[in-house]
Ligand binder design. Structure first.
Ligand SMILES: [Zn+2]
Length: 117
């Protein structure tokens, strides 16, 4: 998924590289799949990305996966697509439902049907 660079710190490319290549040694930190190799489970070509986990903050306040400025090491993980998608699945499903509902509403409006949403 393309990232919106405005939501990330200016040095995000360096942070991401440090996590993927130095800390994670070019492997998924959760399933150990190696970057740029076939995934051991899915067989698809692995491209590591860095996930924001949304872990609790030191003051006890909840973390937020959407806060891309929160680059505490413990809030980041180098993940393969499989682990990243599984971790973000609830948000992705919710976004797909919102998109579908918006399309249904737009189609109804176009066809002159009563707006129920
Ligand atoms: Zn993985």
């Amino acid at each position: 998924m393309p990232i919106d660079a405005r939501r990330y710190p200016a040095n995000w490319p360096e942070i991401s590289r440090e996590i993927r290549f130095n800390r994670a040694n070019n492997r998924c930190e959760w399933c150990n799949a190696e970057n740029h190799k076939p995934h051991p489970v899915t067989g698809s070509y692995v491209i590591l990305t860095v996930a924001h986990l949304g872990v609790e903050k030191p003051d006890g306040s909840p973390g937020d996966k959407e806060d891309k400025m929160d680059c505490r090491p413990e809030n980041l993980a180098a993940l393969c697509q499989r682990c990243h998608l599984n971790y973000d699945r609830p948000e992705n499903v919710a976004a797909a439902i919102r998109t579908k509902l918006a399309k249904v509403a737009a189609d109804r409006e176009k066809s002159g049907q009563l707006q129920l949403l």
